[in-house]
Design a protein around this ligand. Structure first.
Ligand code: F6R
Ligand code: MN
Length: 191
């Protein structure tokens, strides 16, 4: 069933707002278990619960051929040396791919293949497109000093699986080292 009033809309690429869209806001407390440095996480949470990111979604239909879209904004910041990022997820319907388009800011996407664990770190910047294949956990990371915004388009029936495999066990983490992002295997971190 389609909501025809959502077939044409406008968005603000700097604020990541879509006219008439529902917005989900994620705070630091929503990302428990995501950041590698648990002590830095607890310390940051004890002095407040800052917003980390939000996503505004448009879901015009839910038939098998329909598409959904979301515009996300990840604030700049770090927990310890790890950049602010999204929880990350697989799609519940694992075959579902997604197209991300960078709008503002300087980011990267961490992709992790479910079957072989292979990871890729791809730039997410204005005028760049990242294709996220099916069966791939994906997380968006702000490596800049300004808000990172992006548009994601995915099958309506994709769904989101935030289970342990995606939200807590990306095998790699992206930290700031000497002012630059560095991807490391989680298991090699000495914390
Ligand atoms: C949809 C999608 C994005 C994310 C958004 C927030 O499939 O990938 O719209 O939902 O970047 O990230 P999560 O969903 O991981 O909290
Ligand atoms: Mn997705």
């Amino acid at each position: 069933m389609q909501h025809f009033e959502q077939l044409f809309t406008s968005f603000d690429p700097a604020k990541a707002e879509i006219a008439g869209a529902a917005t989900t806001q994620r705070f630091l407390s929503d990302l428990r278990g995501c950041f590698a440095d648990g002590n830095a996480y607890d310390a940051a949470l004890s002095s407040g619960n800052p917003p980390i990111y939000h996503v505004a979604s448009i879901e015009p239909g839910c038939d098998s051929g329909d598409l959904h879209l979301g515009i996300g904004l990840v604030l700049p910041g770090r927990i310890g040396s790890e950049y602010y990022m999204t929880k990350g997820h697989f799609h519940s319907w694992r075959e579902a791919a997604e197209v991300y388009i960078g709008l503002r800011g300087d980011g990267v996407m961490l992709l992790e293949n479910e079957s072989n664990g292979q990871c890729q770190l791809l730039p997410l910047q204005p005028n760049r497109i990242v294709y996220v294949p099916g069966h791939t956990a994906h997380r968006t990371i702000n490596i800049g000093a300004a808000p990172l915004t992006y548009l994601g388009i995915y099958p309506a029936k994709a769904g989101h699986d935030y289970g342990a495999s995606a939200a807590r066990s990306f095998r790699h983490v992206v930290i700031e080292r000497d002012g630059r992002p560095l991807m490391l295997e989680r298991s090699t971190l000495l914390l």
